[in-house]
Each structure stands twice: as structure tokens, then as C-alpha cells.
Design a protein around this ligand. Sequence first.
Ligand SMILES: [Zn+2]
Ligand SMILES: [Zn+2]
Length: 322
Amino acid sequence: MIENIPEAEDLEKVALRLYFNAWTELVRLCGISDVAVYEAFGYSDASPEAKKELEEEKQHLLQWSQPDLQVIYTMIQQSLEIGLKAILCRISPFALLLGSDIRTWPSKPKDFTSYRSIDAADLPKAIASLSDTPLSEEFVQSFHEFRKNRNQIAHIGVFQTELEPHNLLKSLITQFGELYPNKNWIKERLKLAEEQISPYLTHKRYTETTMLWEELEVVLPIIENKHYKTLFNISKAAKRHVCDHCVQEAYAHDAGIDPVNVRTAVYQPDTKSLNCIVCGSTVEYMLRDCSHADCNGKFTGKDYWEEEMCLLCGRNNESPIG
Ligand SMILES: [Zn+2]
Ligand SMILES: [Zn+2]
């Protein structure tokens, strides 16, 4: 009997583990190049000389990030390959042996790893032929590109093309929508965040929500509408409000995250409720216009210190009711 026949769920878990490890590292790099440099030096008000300096600093950071980005790149490629294998395995684990020369097979049933498995380059073709949910042309092209470049990094150790963290981040989001169309990104992210031990070793008050929040603070401003749809199933234009439950869960104040940067509650007109896309809870609110003229917030709640706060702009109301 053949032993250790793989299961699709196990392969998928490994693929997602690689995916979110790459994700964490990428978000960190995006945070360094954008937020740290641009925000710290107030890019918009900067003089032409200062802007030039910042641009040079950005280039310098990008160059410095290349070795890290190459490691991340190989992680993404590996994640893609295993993710595709999981799709094939769901059809039949023996589909993973397609295309291998039967003469290389053991003469009697052995451990599954003794059999040569399908060439990674053939995975999209095999899935196209056998699966009811075909992969898009763009995804297949991008997969081959990742494979080709990853081989250069792994086999030659040199990769001349400059990698850019934002583009890789957007590519990761698209890949999730393609490989895991029935999975909820936030749920998967939180599940995998529990497994990543290192952040928990450095902070006392740290939860999977803290990790997600640290990432969303960087990611929310820089991704496009279609990425919002894939990750959160909302439009980028949707008004998002502060979810008090998540603020507490993330220990946002201990982590130095401004709750306004990670607003996650969206108003549902049919139920007249503010529902959080992260924790699923319903946020309590009073119907009261924000007291600040530049904000059209209509929902008021309580902040960390129990003060009346506009749930849209996060500022305290200037003349609270009580
Ligand atoms: Zn929440
Ligand atoms: Zn407001």
C-alpha cells in the first residue's frame, strides 16, 4: 500500500503559511519605504531639494531591500506551486504523479514521496484539463514568470531585475482571489497569524488582531478598489468606521496604532447596523452628526477613555451630550 498519500487540506495549509509569511515580510518593507520615509519627513510640504533627497533615500532603501525581496519572491513562488498542487490533489492525489516516467516509479508500493511528481511547469495545464474552475490567463502567465525568475534566484544566485514591494503585494492579493476563491482572506489571515510565533515573543500584549492591524495600517491606504474586494469584500469607497471591539482585541493603544487608521465597521442600510468586517461584531452607536465641520460622520460611539467619539474621523465630539 502506498503510504503518506497527500491530502489537499494539508497542502493548502502549507501554501497559505508560505503566503502569509511572504505577506508579513512584504508589508514590513512597504511600511519602511512609504510610511517611515515619506510620513516622517512630510513629503507633500517638502522643498524640491528635500524631495530629491527623499527620492534618493527611497531608491537606496529599495536597493537595500533586494536581497530580502528575492527571498520573499521564492516564498511566493513556492506558495503558488503548492497551492496549485492542492487544487490538483483535491481532484485526485495521484494526479500529482502525472507526466512522470513510470519507469522511475518504485517496483512495489512505497511512500508517496518515492514517486516523482508532476513538473511545476505542467501544473496549470493539468488543472485546465481536469478542474471545473480554470485559472485565468493572467494568473497562468504570472505563475510561469514567478517560476522562471525563482529558478534564476535559486539556481544562479543572481537576479538582475529590480523587485518592487508594492507590486509584489498587489500580486499576492490577486493570487489569493485566484487560488482560494471560496476562502475569506481575513479569516485565513487571523488563523495563520496565531501560528506565527515570533511577534508574540517580543510584545506582551499581542494577539492575531494586533498583527492584522499592524498590517492593515500599512496596506489599507496603498491598495486599489479591486484589492479591497478580494480581501474584504467591500469597495474602497465604502465609509469605514471604528470598531471598538477590534480596538480592544488589537491592544491598539499599546501597539501605537491610531484606531482611525484601521477602521473596519461598515454600515448596512438594510439592518441599520455597523458591522465589522474583521470580528463580525455589531458596533453600538448613537445617531449624532460629528461636531467637526470637515467631517460628515453620523455615528457616535465611545473611545478608549469612554469619551464621545465620532466613529468616522475618530475625534471627540466638541460638545458631548452627556
Ligand atoms: Zn471588529
Ligand atoms: Zn467625525
